[in-house]
Design a protein around this ligand. Structure first.
Ligand SMILES: [Zn+2]
Length: 322
């Protein structure tokens, strides 16, 4: 069974226009297939304005009740990433970096545990990049399960939805921990200070990821500059996938598995998860990537927090490339 840590940007997703009426929506953004990558990323939004989120009273201990439509902020399944393969079962607001009230479905222990572990490894000031945290059950093909995904909740990438597959989370906790870190890597590499979502794709001189252009001083552009040569970038064909990384994986021992070899952002996210949970590198190439991450400002703190919480080391079960 293939296990994917996917960045699905479910389509069609409504974009929310902040304003007095949360039902006001704009049509989905046109998909962009540009240049080096053909990831189709569609910005999405929960029907909750940031100002509303910030102003909500919430009690992080109060996760035991169903949504009360009279008082609670509600989210629709679509706003939480539902599609034909994804049945959303739980959605929470994230307020000031803490798990806020339920906005959809019923409380789910796996979702709460996932959030708590993410909060353990993540510096508190970065948890505020999350606006929604959700749980879903995979209803798609059994041979390819999406373990989790992230999606921006607004056009400007000011906050993100992170959603986990609740059954897989319980089935393999080590995998789930790696998935958590992987997904959060996509969050902090696509915030407004990292990714310019307003620039025209044709004007992007760094790397267009399907929804924006990485800024010149961004972490992802530094990663791509360091580890991806033009031949590899030219060979990228589309959405990240296990199969899509087969060729590059065979040629380069630095990748943590085929999925990483299919896309620079997946490459970083897999390597970051390996770093945070102290996986022993299996190759010199893997060791170089982990060392690079260790040297970046702010990233070692994730590892230190994981170490301090006794969450390391996990076993390196990534398929070896090269
Ligand atoms: Zn990913």
């Amino acid at each position: 069974m293939l296990r994917l840590r996917a960045e699905r940007y479910p389509s069609p997703m409504a974009l929310f226009t902040p304003g007095p009426d949360p039902s006001v929506r704009r049509p989905s953004r046109t998909k962009l297939w540009i240049g080096l990558v053909a990831l189709t990323l569609i910005a999405s939004a929960c029907g909750v304005a940031e100002e509303q989120l910030a102003g909500d009273n919430f009690d992080d201990g109060d996760t035991g009740s169903e949504v009360d439509s009279d008082s609670a902020q509600t989210c629709t399944p679509e706003e939480l990433g539902a599609d034909e393969d994804t049945e959303v079962v739980t959605g929470h607001l994230v307020v000031d970096g803490e798990l806020g009230e339920l906005c959809f479905g019923e409380p789910n222990d796996a979702v709460i545990e996932a959030f708590e572990e993410l909060a353990v490894i993540t510096p508190p000031d970065q948890m505020t990049d999350l606006g929604l945290f959700a749980g879903f059950v995979w209803e798609g093909a059994d041979d390819e399960v999406t373990l989790a995904f992230v999606s921006p909740v607004d056009d400007a990438h000011s906050q993100f939805l992170l959603a986990i597959e609740v059954e897989e989370f319980v089935n393999d906790r080590d995998e789930a921990s790696l998935t958590n870190a992987h997904e959060f890597a996509h969050v902090f590499t696509q915030t407004q200070t990292e990714l310019d979502t307003e620039i025209d794709p044709a004007d992007c001189d760094t790397y267009w990821n399907g929804s924006g252009c990485f800024r010149e001083d961004s972490l992802m552009f530094a990663w791509i500059t360091e580890f991806w040569n033009s031949t590899q970038l030219d060979a990228l064909v589309g959405e990240a996938s296990v199969d899509g990384g087969a060729e590059q994986c065979a040629l380069d021992d630095s990748f943590f598995g085929q999925y990483a070899a299919s896309d620079p952002e997946e490459d970083f996210a897999e390597a970051f998860s390996a770093y945070v949970f102290g996986l022993e590198p299996a190759t010199n190439g893997q060791a170089q990537k982990v060392a690079w991450i260790q040297d970046q400002p702010g990233l070692a703190e994730f590892r230190e927090r994981a170490d301090a919480a006794g969450l390391t080391p996990l076993t390196n079960n990534f398929e070896v490339c090269g």
